[in-house]
Write a protein of this length. Structure first.
Length: 251
């Protein structure tokens, strides 16, 4: 590791990754934002899914100030974060065949909707099967993943494929295999993961594009305001009443 404090080096690494997204994923971000805008205009619903820590980026775009009210979280019990005990159970569930299909078949998702699937490695059965099944149901799938894993690791799905192989559009987070940005001679393993910072920024860039695209088409983006500003709750109630049939997290 070069000179500088660990904090400086991590922030520099994260900044470099964000700059790469800006330079290398601009076209894909624009396409993803446009795709979500198309879905909104056509009456479709928006969903996001992530397992384990990948769920943090999905949760970040659901029911939040400045975000699209129409983005819903697709939940799979036991894999939404580290809220289960033991925490390793979530990792094990990601490798269970058939779980994704069971979840989708009992979810509100339907043909014409859009689903963003976030998986850093994209190698486990859950995200791969979810993308496969969603597309078979007529759902548009956007994958957010690190493409490097497909070149440097082995798939854990029976097909031997990765999430990226079953998407209508792929956003590459550029995260290196192992998700650790720093090394020190005094520490035996790489450390300081950046995937949450980068993937969350990538998701927000997509939804910013969606909002602007809707506005360009003369459609008021269904955005939420902070409940901690005057009038915020009244604003949000209006948006939720108008789009109530496409919002599932308040039921």
């Amino acid at each position: 590791m070069s000179d500088g404090t660990p904090a400086d080096l991590f922030l520099d690494a994260a900044t470099t990754l964000l700059r790469r997204l800006k330079e290398e994923e601009a076209e894909a971000i624009e396409a993803a934002g446009t795709l979500l805008a198309d879905t909104v205009v056509s009456g479709g619903r928006l969903f996001a899914f992530g397992a384990g820590h990948s769920s943090l980026a999905a949760q970040d775009v659901v029911y939040r100030a400045g975000g699209l009210a129409l983005m819903n979280l697709l939940t799979v019990p036991g894999v939404v974060g580290v809220d289960v005990t033991p925490a390793t159970l979530g990792s094990a569930l990601e490798r269970v065949d058939g779980l994704a299909s069971a979840v989708l078949d009992t979810s509100p998702l339907r043909s014409g909707d859009a689903l963003v699937i976030i998986s850093l490695s994209g190698r486990n059965a859950l995200p791969v099967e979810m993308a496969q099944r969603a597309r078979a149901l007529g759902i548009t799938v956007i994958g957010v993943t690190s493409v490097a894993y497909a070149a440097q690791t082995t798939s854990r799905h029976s097909s031997g494929t990765f999430l990226k192989d079953h998407c209508d559009l792929v956003l590459d987070s550029k995260i290196a295999v192992g998700d650790a940005e720093l090394t020190l001679d005094t520490i035996p393993a790489p450390f300081a993961p950046a995937s949450t910072v980068v993937t969350t920024a990538l998701m927000q860039a997509v939804l910013a594009t969606t909002a602007a695209t809707l506005a360009d088409r003369g459609v008021e983006p269904p955005l939420l305001r902070s409940g901690n500003v005057d009038g915020g709750h009244d604003w949000n109630n209006r948006v939720m009443d108008e789009y109530g049939d496409r919002i599932f997290y308040r039921r």
